[in-house]
Design a binder for this molecule. Sequence first.
Ligand code: GMT
Length: 386
Amino acid sequence: MSPAKKTATRSKRGKRPLRIGISCYAHFGGSGVVASELGRELARRGFEVHFIASRLPFRLRGFESNIYLHESQPAYYPVFEEAPVSLALAAKMVEVTENYKLDVLHVHYAMPFATSAVLAKQILLPSQLGLVTTLHGTDITAVGAEPSFFSVTQFSIRSSDRVTAVSRFLQERAEATFAIRKPIEVIYNFIDTEVFSPRKRGRLRLADPSTRVLMHASNFRPVKNIPVVIQTFAEVRRRMRAKLVMVGDGPEKAGAEHLARELGVHRDVLFLGNQDLMEELLPLADVFLLPSSSESFGLVALEALSAEVPVVSSNAGGLPEVVEHGVTGFLHDPQHVAGHVSSVLTLLGDERLRRSMGRRGRKVARERFSADEMVARYVQVYESLR
Ligand code: GMT
């Protein structure tokens, strides 16, 4: 255990270790990954962690000491037109807080988690439970800011005791969009560089050694700008033997399959669907593509950097806080296909450059996005509330 981990384990002024509730989406998505990794890191440091979620978040694969799961599912009743998921969650938050004497509830993604937590806090004595809300992305930049949700999102953020955001971009956007006066602290997402490592390249093969591999992974929503991934690949494929590996699933997948056929590259595009073990896939890539039209952080880009894979991404949102242009990858306007193509060709045409950028990416992942630093900062936030 590193010195930072030892420090984090010690509880403030001899008090018992904090008991922390965590709520997040359990299915695929970066906010659930961050919540899961944070829960795991906290548990390893001796904190008691209670996940309150619809089911086991997908990145929490095996049993871990100090981690407990409380599943929240609304009861069925024939009168309900739709199951009241957010109310069931609030009720479960109250129940778990009372039964396990939680000190803090840390919710990931404002909607509906912060809203359910605010209600839970009102039902309990509000002073009984500290509420930390971490803003992740489209909860601020898209769905949370839609007129139908705006007032609820704003109220929930304002009612949280502490608010954090995963990038400076998102902090500024949240403050401006929702007129938030209380400080929003930036705590970057972090990475376990032992898990996401070039050494994980094992028996798996995606292509023969003479074929270059481009990779993209996302939940295939419009914001991920999937057509630009396919168009970029088609241009690269015209010039060299290459495969594009598409990981994930979502509403844009069928369109992407269609576009790949239209551009005549479908035999070289592997749509793998949702995959659990990104740490085994990423090291097989030569370049990672992420041309999102909006991206608050881009956790998967950090995972690629940690695996020594240079990233060619858009310059949207918080991506420039993660990927440094010309140092660990290249950044372009989201729609600038020619720019993405030229950067991919530069990297694939110069193996020394590609490898040195990869090494720098891993160094940046280690030095700027370490779990020790970010977890310690979350713990400080929790401690300030008890
Ligand atoms: O906000 C979303 O689109 C969903 C969310 C998720 O659960 O995947 O993604 C956001 O949170 C991630 C973790 O902090 C960030 O790495 C992603 O950049 C961010 N997505 C967007 O901003 C589109």
